[in-house]
Design a binder for this molecule. Sequence first.
Ligand code: GLN
Length: 268
Amino acid sequence: MTARELILTHILRCSRADLYIKGLHLNETQQKIYDGIIRRIEAGEPLQYALGECEFMGHSLKVDSRVLIPRPETELLVEIIVETLQTSEIFKSSRVGLDIGVGSGNITIGLLRSLAPLHMTGLDVSMPALDLCRENLRRHDLEGSVNLIHGDVFVWLGQKYSDALKFSFMVSNPPYIKRANLELLPADVKREPVLALDGGEDGLNFYVHIISHVAHLLKPGGWIFFEIGEDQGKSLDNLLTMHGSFVNISIIKDYNQKDRFVKAQLIL
Ligand code: GLN
């Protein structure tokens, strides 16, 4: 949809087809809302923030400057997880997942909608992001299926977990932009929380830390899934291989044929 169509379908709560078939148009109040949204976009805000919501896997999510805007590629990550877990032995006996950097809750909500029964734990260092995530869970009536934790992954992953509490999989779409490249990002992306983008000096900080600490949180045979930057596939492959406890390591491409996802399984 064009930006204009997105705004109109948002305000009129209708489908794109309705705009043309029913010839819907805005009344005075709606026109004011439209103009307000246009002003925000012209002032440099991303469209989704101006609308206050976005679609992820067909689910409508509230978004604003507290969280990263869910990207279409991330829908493919959820599909990869669903496909992998549905045919995985571990998922038959244990249906508990961990989402590191839960943000708006997009991945967690997508998974809960496709894989129920499932229980998720969502970790985020940003309290404002967790507040918004909670609103999205409420919107989808999923509060009872998710445990939200406010914590810094660099501290939190160091904890000891008893076997009973271990997860059958972990997913993360962590910040992965190299710090030096942050200032080169398009103006609208710069409006998104830097905490959700900054992956440190080489963009790999989160992957290095998570890979070296996640094994003791996973059940044997448990899976890890990451979204990655297009130039990070080789590094992730190396990190996982050198760790020594992961097998079935795959680097998976997105729709643009760029390396975008990684999955691997903890040895049994
Ligand atoms: N999990 C959210 C997403 O995938 C947020 C990720 C982040 O803040 N880096 O979009």
